[in-house]
Design a protein around this ligand. Structure first.
Ligand code: FAD
Ligand code: UDP
Length: 366
């Protein structure tokens, strides 16, 4: 059997490519080493509650083209992400906004909040933030940094904030309005029916082989297709010959509780260092569930080791430089195209992964 494309990985990147290639009459084979499709956006249903097995996923984008694209695949609900940060029993709204500042300092106006932050920043004398700590301090001052950022970030990344790149924290909005929407994006929601169904729709009509690790059957699979779209780890593809890229991994401790509502919100971040997990997800709240029981997941962050599940690329200087060397090698491949969070070693959100896959389709399939 010959295929135009062998697609390694049934996550969003691979599934979008498969769908578009199928529309152009190309024959694709998708291989996936897990026992299910959808990659990290996979949801499984337990007692009527859809559980995000690989971490909470909220779709958000400002790109109309991407929003229209996903809306063809599923209807989205009106979920707006408004996480709560919990520091030693004190609760604060996220992202950093007037509700956070009002609780932190007992103030009511934007001017008062701005003045407090400005006075805390003035003492620091940071002109050009060179790392996450300096970036955070220069945006929100010392109190917010100490209570809501430092402990959480150090648990999440396993590194001191001074050793982390500033861009990680730039993802978070900072505003002087009473607005708890975690994202600034124009469009947001959770697909009704779940992400797995959405990916199923993308893969309709494409042959998918589960429990198939490309790297273990490389010779045989390489001979079956003209080109390969590879969405696994780029360093693993090359058997780590230039070195091992760092990732953060996450362990989920999931349990069902005999109560209707555990924490009153989908996401509660535990921002102090002493609590070993970073956050607790209560899955039913993503879909406004009314089931009699509830399912929660505690997230423990750890350094990725070979054989584990990679989650977050660690885009610091060392790793970015190493990735560039792999990328240069990959550019010389005539038949293999690397894509997605692992293939491009990028801290990509879902909308960006879909956009990257569609961009590849534009050049590759036209
Ligand atoms: P993946 O989903 O990782 O898919 C790659 C697939 O390739 C996997 O299924 C893997 O098993 C398979 N594979 C790898 N190697 C092989 C091999 N050798 N052989 C066969 N198969 C292989 N984005 C948002 O927009 N909103 C969010 O709220 C959000 N939350 C997140 C929370 C967490 C904890 C994490 C880690 C990410 C989150 N993201 C979020 C990002 C989102 O998960 C990614 O953008 C998206 O899933 C990436 O899709 P992908 O196809 O590139 O990778
Ligand atoms: N962050 C923080 N405190 C919080 C939430 C986030 O300091 O309560 C920081 C942390 O460094 C994290 C980054 O902001 O890595 C980005 O957070 P986000 O929630 O966007 O991360 P993700 O959803 O990718 O896990």
């Amino acid at each position: 059997m010959r295929y135009d494309y062998l697609i390694v990985g049934a996550g969003l990147f691979g599934a979008v490519f498969a769908s578009e290639a199928g529309k152009k009459g190309k024959k694709c084979l998708v291989v996936e080493r897990r026992d299910h499709i959808a990659g990290n956006v996979y949801c499984e249903e337990i007692h009527g509650i859809r559980v995000h097995r690989y971490g909470a996923h909220i779709f958000h984008t400002s790109d109309k083209r991407i929003w229209d694209y996903v809306c063809q695949l599923a209807e989205f609900n009106h979920y707006i992400n408004s996480p709560i940060a919990r520091f030693r029993g004190e609760l604060y709204n996220l992202p950093f906004n007037m509700n956070t500042f009002s609780k932190m300092w007992g103030i009511t106006s934007p001017k008062e909040a701005q003045d407090i932050i400005a006075s805390q920043i003035a003492d620091l004398g940071i002109t050009e933030p060179g790392n996450l700590e300096e970036q955070a301090l220069s945006l929100v001052g010392r109190d917010v940094y100490e209570k809501l950022i430092k402990g959480y970030t150090e648990k999440q990344w396993g590194r001191e904030c001074r050793e982390l790149p500033a861009f990680i924290i730039k993802r978070l909005p900072l505003r002087f309005t009473y607005d708890n929407n975690y994202f600034n994006d124009r469009y947001q929601g959770i697909p009704i029916g779940g992400y797995t169904k959405l990916v199923e729709k993308l893969l309709e009509g494409t042959e998918v082989r589960l429990r198939t690790d490309y790297l273990k059957h490389r010779q045989e699979l390489d001979g079956m297709a003209d080109k390969i779209i590879y969405t696994g780890m780029i360093d693993q593809f090359y058997d780590y010959e230039l070195g091992v890229l760092s990732y953060r991994s996450v362990r989920f401790e999931t349990e069902e509780l005999e109560m209707e509502n555990y924490q009153g919100n989908a996401v509660v971040n535990y921002t102090e260092r002493e609590v070993p997990y970073t956050r607790i997800i209560e899955h039913k709240h993503f879909e406004f569930g009314k089931q009699p029981t509830t399912i929660i997941s505690r997230e423990y962050s750890s350094e990725w080791k070979k054989g584990g599940e990679p989650y977050y690329p660690v885009n610091d200087e060392r790793n970015n430089a190493l990735y560039e060397r792999y990328r240069a090698k990959a550019a010389g491949e005539a038949r293999v195209i690397f894509g997605g969070r692992l293939g491009e070693y990028k801290y990509y959100d879902m909308d960006k992964v879909i956009a990257a896959a569609l961009k590849l389709c534009d050049t590759e399939l036209n």
